[in-house]
Design a binder for this molecule. Structure first.
Ligand code: ATP
Length: 240
């Protein structure tokens, strides 16, 4: 009857309100030493599947858990800026450049949450290789109260086909958090873990640095403008 119709209408309207009103914002943190087409293609596909309003690339300062980057943070951020130019959804977020010192993702996410408010849906994009080590991150459990995790597969990492390969404490933390569809991410601002289907591209910054140091071409592995900047500034050439 009428009651059913009204409640169905009300329901579809509120779903629409959620879909159009609450923005989804992607956060892609990384050393980006340098950024490459593996990062960029994954970002583009996720922005499309999840329906991100914007995707912020956050180059990290001094990583606590890995070797020092080969290029300075200023250079790495400049390369990201050139690489994403022309994509209206992609934004360079330089908060870790301004902060100096060791980078903690939790600090950047706390800041973003404060700036953007409680309702915004924050989606942190992370490669399967990096997600496996999440329990080593500073205040890692707090992250689930700040953002969703969007995990992307990388060639050679089993996670996407076998989520149970996670370390035990991470597996336990995630047990009730697995999202079965991209759609379910829209109904809560944080706390879910979603394995995003993306094209597997076996490109790494390590292999790019090795190519450049050997004087080999990296064309088609990263955008031309980024390659030109690296050449003009003699980065990764092995000469310092
Ligand atoms: P390096 O080779 O120096 O370790 P990297 O290529 O892994 O660098 P990072 O800047 O460390 O690049 O990566 C930032 C994030 O992007 C990480 O979560 C990483 O897992 C992910 N990532 C990097 N390359 C790819 C790729 N080809 N496909 C999917 N995810 C990727």
């Amino acid at each position: 009857g009428l009651k059913g119709t009204v409640s169905a209408l009300w329901h579809s309207e509120s779903v629409q309100a959620i879909e159009s009103g609450v923005p989804l914002v992607g956060i892609f943190g990384g050393t980006f030493d340098p950024i490459h087409n593996g990062h960029l293609r994954v970002a583009e596909e996720i922005a499309e599947t999840i329906g991100l309003r914007e995707l912020r690339f956050v180059p990290a300062g001094i990583p606590r858990l890995r070797h020092a980057p080969a290029a300075s943070l200023q250079h790495r951020a400049a390369i990201v800026g050139l690489a994403i130019r022309g994509n209206s959804r992609f934004v360079l977020d330089e908060r870790e450049v301004r902060r100096h010192g060791v980078s903690y993702s939790v600090e950047s996410l706390r800041e973003l949450r404060r700036e953007m408010g409680e309702c915004v849906i924050l989606c942190f994009i992370i490669g399967a290789d990096a997600f496996m080590k999440l329990a080593d991150w500073h205040s890692w459990r707090e992250l689930f109260g700040l953002c969703h995790f969007i995990i992307v597969a990388r060639p050679g990492y089993a996670l996407a086909s076998n989520r149970y390969a996670l370390p035990q404490e991470l597996e336990d933390e995630c047990a009730q958090r697995w999202a079965s569809s991209a759609d379910s991410l829209k109904y809560t601002p944080s706390g879910l873990v979603f394995i995003a289907p993306t094209t597997l591209l076996d490109i790494s910054a390590t292999s790019i640095r090795a190519h450049i140091a050997a004087g080999k071409s990296v064309r088609y592995l990263m955008p031309d403008a980024a390659i030109d900047y690296i050449a003009a500034n003699h980065l990764y050439s092995g000469g310092g």
